[in-house]
Design a binder for this molecule. Structure first.
Ligand SMILES: [Zn+2]
Length: 561
């Protein structure tokens, strides 16, 4: 039996040696972090994460997709800096709310699962302290947070939601460190090219993850166009489950089930490694890593196929596919209806002159007020049972009538309400709210005045009343014009043979572009001529949205047709 003092000495040596081996973040992670399933953090599951954990470049930019395990990597690095290096860390989020949520739902559970971290971390909402060093979890939307605490280690989360000024101010928090010893990490899903994380990535080493194909042994990387074989024609097609990842060289299938094996890193006996694609960047100064869900151990190939197919018909879903699944920035094409789009929508029917029966389905009316004439557009809506989403996503429109009415002739608008058995009508509020309001009140709940507002979320409709008790809806113009003009571009609307030439001209007039506002890109329409029919069509679309609860009866009507 050894003397207790000797035992104590031996234990101390053992711990000191153990601690020494933890000087690299990836080894520290395996020893100190425990995942929710009770197992130690594993580099086998995320072979691409090791190099990111261990990078000591001054700036590290990770342009990533969702569900790739790299949020855990960010938590791991931040905690390693505090625990092992005893350096203060500021972990910035775009807003205080996001910081608070992340602190509660990601940091705290991460520490509670690990017996070691649970015993050493002192937790509060804004501070995670180990010994003499802390992680400050802060929102970058507060001037005080941007000016207060300083630290040599900075983390920027969701960089694409940041303004240029916030980034600049936050970087100043690392100024004045001894020996200029500062390290910055940014983890974000990109949004638009050349801003946010993508802008930083472009100035970095731009590293991609390469590995040897298990079949042909060529050194390859996974890129969507060459490496993915989507199957099926729509998201509901059972064949999407046959979709798979392939080697871009030999075209053989790369099994999802053995992904860990063929992606295994060189440091762990495999062939995987990050390779710089930008020879001009100094890896000591700025490293950048890009990774897509093709590499994700959890996202199945069929899920990628669904994301891709969804994006084929819907602009918002296309952005989601590029940003969150491929980890790539995305910019919409300048969007404009062209004659070929209109021609493809024209079907063999004429503008309806005879009255519609109530049981013929759902009809809505959009009226664009103007002087000296109003433009109107009546749309019949048919529902496709195979489609998913809200009524507007599921509906196919048919323009059954459109035309002009003299400004003061509201009686004629009354006539349209009856002729087309209109369920809901939307009229713009300006330029003449008074008569429109009188008209709206006459038809009780069936007529809404519409105001375009900024700041409404995409395709959100806020229903309210104006000061005189008329029904009012407030909507985002860009989202609704995109939806209704997108119908013509995508062939989701049928147009009559005798479509007025003016209708053609008006729907071709709005051109969709992107404009920078406070460092963020936002879509907007630029008018290249009168666009009254385009607005009337959008109002008829909004009218359908207002009818939302009636969707159920609508589908029954469609079935009986
Ligand atoms: Zn191959």
């Amino acid at each position: 039996m050894a003397h207790p003092l000797v035992l104590e000495f031996l234990t101390a040596i053992k711990e000191a040696v153990f601690n020494q081996t933890l000087d690299v973040c990836s080894r520290w992670a395996v020893a100190r972090r425990v995942m929710p399933d009770g197992e130690p953090y594993s580099l086998d599951d995320y072979p691409y994460a090791e190099a990111i954990l261990n990078s000591r470049a001054q700036k590290n930019w990770v342009m990533k997709c969702a569900q790739i395990g790299l949020t855990e990597a960010a938590i791991t690095i931040a905690t390693f800096e505090v625990d092992y290096h005893q350096r203060d860390v500021i972990y910035f989020f775009p807003t205080g709310k996001m910081a608070e949520r992340f602190s509660k739902t990601r940091f705290d559970p991460a520490y509670n699962f690990s017996p070691y971290l649970k015993s050493v971390v002192e937790k509060s909402l804004e501070l995670k302290t180990i010994g003499n060093a802390s992680i400050h979890v802060l929102g970058a939307n507060s001037e005080a947070n941007l000016r207060g605490t300083s630290a040599g280690r900075l983390f920027f989360d969701e960089l694409d939601a940041w303004t240029e000024r916030q980034i600049y101010m936050a970087e100043q928090r690392a100024a004045g460190q001894k020996n200029n010893d500062k390290i910055v990490w940014g983890f974000s899903t990109p949004r638009f090219p050349n801003c946010g994380i993508h802008k930083q990535f472009l100035q970095s080493t731009q590293e991609h993850y390469f590995f040897d194909c298990p079949h042909c042994k060529e050194n390859i990387e996974l890129l969507w166009e060459d490496s993915f074989v989507p199957c099926g024609d729509s998201v509901d097609d059972p064949r999407v489950h046959d979709s798979y990842i392939q080697c871009p060289r030999c075209k053989q299938k790369l099994d999802h089930e053995t992904k860990k094996d063929w992606l295994r890193s060189k440091t762990r006996g495999g062939t995987g490694e990050w390779k710089a694609t930008n020879p001009n960047a100094d890896p000591r100064l700025a490293r950048g890593f890009w990774i897509s869900q093709l590499y994700s151990p959890t996202v199945q190939p069929w899920e990628l196929a669904v994301g891709y197919l969804r994006g084929c018909g819907d602009e918002a879903a296309r952005r989601e596919f590029h940003n969150s699944m491929m980890g790539l920035p995305y910019i919409e094409d300048a969007h404009k209806v062209q004659d070929m789009h209109i021609d493809a929508c024209v079907k063999k029917f004429a503008i309806r002159r005879t009255p519609v029966h109530v049981n013929e389905g759902i009809f809505t009316l959009g009226v664009d007020q103007g002087g000296p004439v109003h433009h109107w557009c009546a749309v019949q809506w048919l529902f496709d049972a195979k489609r998913v989403g809200d009524p507007n996503d599921r509906a196919i429109g048919r323009v059954v009538g459109c035309g002009r009415i003299l400004q003061d002739n509201w009686a004629e608008v009354h006539g349209l309400m009856r002729q087309y058995a209109i369920r809901r009508c939307v009229i713009d509020y300006f330029p003449e709210p008074t008569n429109a309001r009188v008209f709206a009140r006459t038809f009780g709940g069936a007529v809404y005045l519409c105001q375009y507002v900024k700041g409404a979320a995409a395709r959100e409709v806020r229903l309210t009343e104006d000061d005189y008790g008329a029904n009012l809806c407030r909507v985002d113009k860009v989202s609704w014009l995109s939806k209704s003009l997108g119908r013509i571009i995508n062939g989701d609307i049928e147009l009559p043979l005798d479509l007025p030439l003016e209708f053609r001209q008006h729907v071709k007039a709005p051109v969709r572009t992107l404009k920078e506002r406070d460092g963020q890109y936002v879509a907007e329409y630029v008018d290249t001529g009168p666009d009254h029919y385009a607005n009337a069509l959008a109002y008829a679309e909004i009218a359908l949205k207002i009818l939302d609860p009636a969707l159920h009866s609508a589908s029954i009507i469609t079935k009986t047709r």
